[in-house]
Design a protein around this ligand. Structure first.
Ligand code: AMP
Length: 430
């Protein structure tokens, strides 16, 4: 028999890992709400041209990494390699610019890139991202950066680095590109094959090259070429961010982004704890993209984080577990004997849907009443339950239950009617 396996570069998210995804997604949703962002869900595939137009013909994604295909009707399509293009397409298609002077959207979804798989790099991976349309002011850039920083702090990753740069605009970027090209032409023979090709098509990417980037210590950086407006914009973003957070971000003049559509502010969030794949999130301003894709001239900016890497970083920082056990409590319901089992089953279902218990993140499991009581208790232990509610014949007759703490193996009898109030006072298993 053929043994089927997940396709290379893809991975299953099993229930144990899904909890971490849910917690990351719940925190992100909460934060987006606080910052006024609303959810959008766009299709997993779009027309191929949408991505080639928006990402740029010479980017790695378009040149090498796109899952492009023709459907049965001969339409050229591609699985989305990132979220922005689809969101911008939807923004234009549904005339969202007319609904409100600005528009803030967020998305959660999986993305597809035919990259070489390795630790932290997949061919299908999850991203959480946000896009902000209709605000050209530095306040919008600063707000996005504050939101990203707040999110990583809320995830227990306060020590990530937020690296920020400005790529200039249509006025000053060409001047920089020309200076960069001239510099690189003079060094051409010493560059790797990829970079030799990049000089003509996309010289900024040389800064990104793992081989040549670090060698070119005197490579011109964009900050020396910013026009007055871009310099003023960047200075304002810097000072707004510092005033709002009390922290400085890391100005990184060599930071460029893989995608062509960025103008002015670009940023990246990195961590020390993950080795080679150290980028957790990235984003920036893309003031020309909406118009480029056929929409009204609308300034915009956005960011996306990689869920797998962010979760790995959280786990490496040993935060996820602690946060989760601090937040929720599992109570196991056990019983011995047929009549007690029927009562225990009813109790379990009542407790499960009790709004006040749900509110306190107290969860219930049980229903293994055919097993011996000892086996039920060890199952509770394996599930990391904090307490066990036990219903035996004696308890049933007296309309009581036994509540056993699995942490210190103590137990007490309670009137059945007092259980709910008692549970609400319990603290989770430490
Ligand atoms: P990008 O859309 O390339 O700016 O990437 C944004 C974030 O998505 C990165 O910082 C990573 O955390 C994540 N990411 C990008 N590509 C991959 C991949 N192939 N596998 C896993 N995560 C990725």
């Amino acid at each position: 028999m053929t043994k089927y396996q997940a396709v290379r570069g893809t991975h299953d998210i099993l229930p144990a890992d899904a909890a971490a995804f849910q917690s990351l997604e719940a925190r992100s949703r909460q934060l987006f709400k606080q910052f006024g962002f609303h959810e959008i869900r766009t299709p997993t595939f779009e027309s191929l041209e949408l991505f080639t137009r928006s990402l740029g013909e010479t980017t790695d994604i378009v040149e090498k990494e796109m899952y492009a295909f023709e459907d049965r009707g001969g339409r050229k399509l591609a699985l989305r390699p990132e979220g922005t293009a689809g969101v911008v397409r939807a923004f234009i298609e549904h005339h969202l610019a007319q609904t409100s002077p600005f528009c803030k959207l967020f998305y959660i979804g999986s993305m597809f890139r035919a990259e070489r798989p390795q630790a932290g790099r997949y061919r299908e991976f999850w991203q959480i991202g946000a896009e902000y349309f209709g605000n050209a002011a530095p306040e919008a850039d600063a707000e996005m950066l504050v939101m990203v920083q707040t999110l990583f702090r809320a995830l227990g990753l306060a020590d990530v680095q937020l690296k920020v740069n400005s790529l200039g605009d249509e006025k000053c970027r060409p001047v920089y590109r020309k200076a960069l090209k001239d510099y690189l032409e003079a060094k051409k023979s010493g560059l790797c094959e990829d970079c030799q090709r990049r000089i003509a098509k996309n010289p900024l990417r040389v800064l990104d090259c793992k081989i040549d980037g670090p060698k070119l210590t005197d490579i011109p950086t964009v900050d020396h070429y910013w026009c007055e407006e871009c310099r003023a914009h960047f200075t304002a973003v810097t000072s707004l961010f510092e005033k709002a957070t009390g922290h400085a971000f890391v100005f990184t003049p060599r930071l460029v982004r893989g995608l062509d559509y960025y103008t002015r502010t670009v940023f990246e969030v990195t961590t020390h704890v993950l080795g080679a794949q150290d980028a957790l999130a990235a984003g920036g301003r893309y003031d020309k993209l909406v118009k480029e894709l056929g929409g009204p001239d609308t300034p915009a900016l956005g960011f996306a984080l990689g869920s797998e890497r962010t979760i790995q970083a959280m786990q490496a920082a040993e935060k996820t577990k602690k946060v989760e056990s601090r937040q929720s409590l599992l109570v196991f319901v056990a019983a011995q004997g047929d009549a007690p089992a029927a009562a225990a089953f009813q109790l379990l279902q009542e407790l499960r849907v009790d709004p006040a218990l749900q509110e306190r993140s107290i969860f219930f499991e049980g229903g293994f009443f055919q097993k011996k009581l000892g086996a039920q208790l060890s199952l509770a232990d394996r599930l990391n339950a904090g307490y066990c509610v036990i219903m035996g014949q004696d308890e049933l007759e007296k309309d009581e239950i036994t509540l056993r703490s699995l942490k210190d193996s103590t137990q007490e009898r309670l009137p059945r009617a007092a259980l709910r109030a008692h549970l609400l006072k319990l603290s989770p298993r430490a």
